[in-house]
Design a protein around this ligand. Sequence first.
Ligand SMILES: [Zn+2]
Length: 251
Amino acid sequence: MSPVVVACRSVPDTTNDAASAGSGRSSALASVPAAGNRRAIAMPAHLKFFYGPMDCGKSTLALQIDHNHSRQGRHGLILTRYDRSGGPAITTRVGLAHDAIEVTDDLNMCQLVRNRWAAGQRVDYLIVDEAGFLNPQHVDQLAELVDEYHVDVYCFGLATDFRSQLLPGAKRLIEIADEIAAIQVEVLCWCGRPGKQNARIVSNRVVREGDTVVVADTAATAEVRYQVLCRAHYRSGELGNGVEADQLLFG
Ligand SMILES: [Zn+2]
């Protein structure tokens, strides 16, 4: 573990000295703790949600944030749900990978962290990939970890499903997270416009009904696959590559 350097500086208590009393500021500042006292107050933790369409680099950012924290001597847990590799791991399209804890329906996030603490393991933060697929109660447990246990939580995931409706985990995160940010790596539709919709394609046709979660890849050869489309082409069903819209909609 790398040493954590804490800068210490003594701050003289000036609330009763003649200068501040004379200026009349002492009463206004009386309830403000001196700067040094901040070390006695737990730093607030945060629940953050980074979202974007497929292929926008969410998992890469998740692993980068984990790297940045661990380099400063912090310890985290990495969780995922339905990663495209099918195993408990975060895999990225640029080739990075990291073992991860698979989030199951009955996993309690608070209990998970408490168990690690009981076993003597330090946990300062959680990285949760594919957080759109969490249940709302998972997200509530993450909020409890932040508020009651001061564990930082970074969530990454899709906001909407193939029907362009909010995923349950994303919906709850948007409702209660401290910070919500769209990932700024733009993914383009085949037409060149920004892609926002995660279309599910079965036999070269955009489908709009079915199970919320069907894990597949974005490789163009798969029978069930996903493709990022702009809103106009999600609506029309045109996929580029010379495939006609009426064939897609009525074929
Ligand atoms: Zn388009």
